[in-house]
Design a protein around this ligand. Sequence first.
Ligand SMILES: [Zn+2]
Length: 271
Amino acid sequence: MHACCRIAKISMAASAALLGLLLAGCATSPLGRPQLKLYSDQTVGRMGLQTFQQLQKKTPLSTDARLNAFVNCVAGQLTAQTGYRANWQAKVFQSDEINAFALPGGEIGVYSGLFKVVENQDQLAAVLGHEIGHVIAGHVNERLSDQALTQVALTAAGASGAGQGTMALMGLGAQVGILLPFSRTQESEADLIGLDLMSRAGFDPRQAVVLWQNMQQATAGKAPPELLSDHPADARRIQQIRARLPQDLPIYRQARAGGRQPDCGAAQHAH
Ligand SMILES: [Zn+2]
């Protein structure tokens, strides 16, 4: 059952103030899926920026100018197509991890290890398109809201006078952190948003299939890429991407014909 659908049930046990909050938080994802967003974009964006700063204290940034230029080129072409207001910025971390992320404030991180798997600009666009998809669909906000709602519901079920603790519980939900796995529904949605986005920017969406196949192969006989711990490269995922191609290939060809022909250079193996 979706969060917004749970509201009626929970409201029987919750205060009127909480009900108002929940109704105000009802939103719709870019693909038309109802979602609950209780936090403001500013609040979640601030959490993203803080997380980005903490990550930079733990992991050194890459000084490889060519790699930085390549990543910024691909990220810039994608974010220009989002129509979403954020403080978009991309940085390359010097790390063997095969990983990448985008945070709610628009901060994009790529680990240099990603280029053990990513072979060209279109495959990088597939990874970043997916991560940016999580941002523009407000998936962190949605996850935090669902967590807070669950906590409030548990309290409301177990005690009277739940209203006074509601805001405290919402604060608790926000402290759980933002670098947690997304739901399968959100993963699937980010895939489709990312595929649309890369196509609009003039990156070949067929390379998304190759990318996930590369990820699968990188798993064989070794520790799986870190990216896969949250993003399983299973048959279902690849199948869904393939099924979307008839819709996205014309968008890609139209973008190319219209002059959107990104030329970000070659993916460089930093190893
Ligand atoms: Zn994801």
